[in-house]
Design a protein around this ligand. Sequence first.
Ligand code: RB5
Length: 155
Amino acid sequence: MKFYIATDHAGFHYKEQVKDYIKSKGIEIIDLGPDSADRVDYPDYGKKCAEAVKNDEGSFGIIICGTGIGISMAANKVEGIRAALCHDAYTATMARAHNNAQILAFGERVVGMGVVQSMIDAFIETEFEGGRHAARVEKINEIDKERCSYGADIK
Ligand code: RB5
């Protein structure tokens, strides 16, 4: 298992703690920045993590901004990426079990580190259930394909 992590300035303060937690489980985590708490734009880092996960089959991502909203919106614009904005262990479990999310998103201003650790545990330990959920995820992929074909006309 391998993770990529990226944040904006409002999620930056959790990044080292999250990296340490993932590493303590013997799991590799690659830091995509930023390198300081200077102000940055969350779409740049949501995209960066989503593209890294897309280009490294089987990998996962963690993205953090103030609320988790903006950075997950940006990541979800990358074709084939399912970034789940989670708030607790239950939503993180379901993001894997039903939605086959590759990226866990959350807000540093929303959840404490105890909750973050429980979400990471849930995300790591839960397998996609497949079956009827696979058919639904495939419908999301179909929307992606339609959206990309509209995109071909937008210059
Ligand atoms: C930055 O102030 C904040 O807007 C950002 O981190 C995020 O919460 C946006 O969705």
